[in-house]
Design a protein. Structure first.
Length: 297
């Protein structure tokens, strides 16, 4: 009963996405299953910190990575905090439990030379709506760092070409204003003009990016376009929209943007999340040093 109430709370009051709620549900199901394995009569209220630590160890023993295990533990921690606030439970046994140390995985990003090749050297037919749409989509992702879901959610009214900015609706419906450079502003103007001429909107959609039938593009549509064109300019394995988000952040910091400013543009709640890009730029600096310094071989 506590679990069901918590999941409803996450969906309705915290406005978590169905995907996030499903992730929490799977984690809590795994945890409850483990409690029953320890003692068939054990409930959430009966578990203590040692039991939760043993569950974490069990997940690692089953071959799960630290990142996966920490996400599962985070769901259990959220459940107990909720139960404590609601007065359902008098203690939080998960409070003192720490997850395994996560492996540091640096984000994948396009080098600036690859980005230049993508936008300046590929053959783009600027009279073809599909080419114009693809180039505008790619350039918007690269020049603003917005997420795939955020670009899908954009409406015509969110774009202001007079003030050169877009209103982005991020996680938990939090909105932020992101500036547009001259190049992407011109590209958006070209795209919307051609789109209105060649792809009439259906179902009264106001989506900025529409498919050939005039309906709102899906996340899958966006992924397919990004993967197709990144495959032409890079050999790296990851070729997703998030690579362009990483590329935006890395390029900004490489050109001396302030970390706090990049945080706001990306819509990160914590500066720690943005901090990882400083590691990326430092690694790139070390590689450049190794190649360029006369005393390095």
């Amino acid at each position: 009963m506590i679990v069901e109430d918590f999941l409803r709370y996450m969906l309705a009051e915290r406005e978590a996405s169905p995907r996030t709620v499903k992730t929490y549900q799977d984690a809590l199901s795994d945890y409850v299953t483990y409690l029953k394995k320890v003692d068939n009569d054990m409930n959430l209220e009966d578990a203590d910190s040692d039991i939760i630590r043993s569950w974490v160890e069990d997940m690692m023993d089953r071959g799960h990575k630290a990142t996966y295990t920490c996400k599962k533990l985070s769901a259990v921690k959220s459940l107990y905090r909720y139960a404590l606030r609601q007065g359902i439970m008098k203690k939080d046994p998960a409070h003192s439990v720490s997850g395994p140390k996560k492996e540091k995985v640096l984000p994948t990003f396009l080098k600036e030379a690859e980005a230049d090749k993508l936008f300046d050297q590929l053959e783009w037919d600027m009279d073809d709506i599909r080419d114009v749409r693809a180039r505008t989509l790619l350039l918007l992702l690269y020049s603003t760092g917005i997420r795939r879901a955020e670009v899908v959610a954009l409406r015509d009214r969110d774009v202001n070409l007079l003030t050169h900015e877009i209103k982005v609706t991020g996680k938990r419906r939090k909105q932020r204003i992101v500036p547009l450079g001259g190049e992407i502003s011109a590209e958006l103007q070209r795209y919307t003009k051609l789109r209105n001429e060649e792809i009439p909107a259906t179902d009264a959609t106001e989506a900025l990016f529409r498919n050939d039938k005039g309906k709102q593009m899906t996340g899958g549509n966006v992924y397919a376009i990004v993967h197709k064109y990144l495959s032409r300019v890079t050999t790296q394995k990851k070729r997703s929209p998030h690579v362009l988000r990483h590329s935006f952040a890395t390029a900004m910091l490489n050109h001396e943007a302030k970390l706090g400013g990049v945080q706001k543009l990306l819509g990160h709640e914590s500066l720690d999340t943005t901090q990882i890009y400083t590691h990326v730029t430092f690694e790139e600096l070390k590689r450049s040093y190794s190649k360029a310094h006369p005393r390095e071989s």
